[in-house]
Design a protein around this ligand. Structure first.
Ligand code: NAP
Length: 256
């Protein structure tokens, strides 16, 4: 069960954290993985890890905010080997409410987290239609559907990701394309460490503890725990699942 053998997968932001864990897990299950990254050095490390375990992978420099470049990347991938699985994972964090979020910051968050997903969906769905179908997983967040303080721009972007998930699932039912979303709770990655270091430089340990205890299970999640859900959703065992959000959140959304 849960084999991805023979499938070609694209993971955006696969050089770090959740994206890296997804890339490694997909390769382990037999997929050939293309890591699309703005951070080419990080992408190279993921690819090296995969190859050292006997898997197949490539690193491709790609800023998901650049519409035309993203289309070129997907067109080339489609021609070279086809596309079966797309994981829209690249994203950035931001802290702020409506009064102190600048227009510039709002635009930046939307550009990566929402338009970046739009750009990759556009390229990815086009290739999947050509090759007869596929499976897409968008990495949203618990804050797509619940409020936490000071995440105005970030939550807005992730709410949009969830809405796009439903739209693509509906529009492409007859193209044999499934599109689902994962809503991770707090997962321990460089994204979280960077967020703590930037926003709470004087009380990093205290904040780490506080953020861990926020999850009803009492800890942050591991990137591998999100990756396992992505593997399942792209496997043939998930063939009846489309247009659904899946919380991987230690009980954050429903067990408070
Ligand atoms: P991460 O460790 O920061 O990894 C994100 C990767 O995406 C980084 O390698 C980053 O490169 C890359 N990236 C950033 N902007 C990009 C762009 N424009 N084009 C291509 N790649 C880009 O983050 P993570 O914690 O694994 O998070 C991954 C996803 O999960 C994000 O969408 C995030 O919103 C979501 N999420 C995370 C958590 C959590 O608690 N960690 C919870 C819910 C949802 P650089 O390092 O150069 O920026």
């Amino acid at each position: 069960m849960f084999s991805l053998k023979g499938k070609n997968a694209v993971v955006t932001g696969g050089g770090s954290g959740i994206g890296q864990a997804i890339a490694l897990a997909f390769a382990k299950q037999g997929a050939r993985v293309d890591v699309l990254e703005i951070n080419t050095e990080a992408a190279g490390e993921t690819v090296e890890k995969i190859q050292s375990e006997g898997g197949e992978a490539s690193a491709i420099e790609c800023d998901v905010t650049r519409h035309d470049h993203v289309q070129e990347v997907f067109d080339k991938l489609g021609t070279d080997r086809g596309l079966d699985c797309l994981i829209n994972n690249a994203g950035i964090a931001h802290v702020g409410n409506i009064t102190n979020t600048s227009e510039e910051d709002f635009d930046r968050v939307m550009s990566v987290n929402l338009k970046g997903v739009f750009n990759c969906l556009k390229g990815g769905v086009r290739q999947m239609i050509k090759s007869g179908g596929g499976s897409i997983v968008n990495i949203a967040s618990t804050v797509a559907t619940m409020a936490i303080n000071d995440r105005l721009a970030y939550s807005t972007s992730k709410g949009g990701v969830l809405a796009m998930t439903y739209a693509v699932a509906k529009d492409h039912l007859n193209d044999n394309i499934r599109c689902n979303a994962i809503q991770p709770g707090r997962i321990h990655t460089p994204f979280v460490d960077g967020f703590i270091a930037k926003n709470y430089p004087d009380k990093q340990e205290e904040m780490f503890q506080k953020l861990s205890e926020y999850q009803p299970v009492g800890r942050m999640g591991k990137p591998e725990e999100v990756a396992a859900m992505a593997v399942f959703l792209c496997s043939d065992e998930a063939s009846f699942i489309t247009g659904s959000p899946f919380a991987v959140d230690g009980g954050t959304l429903y067990v408070r």
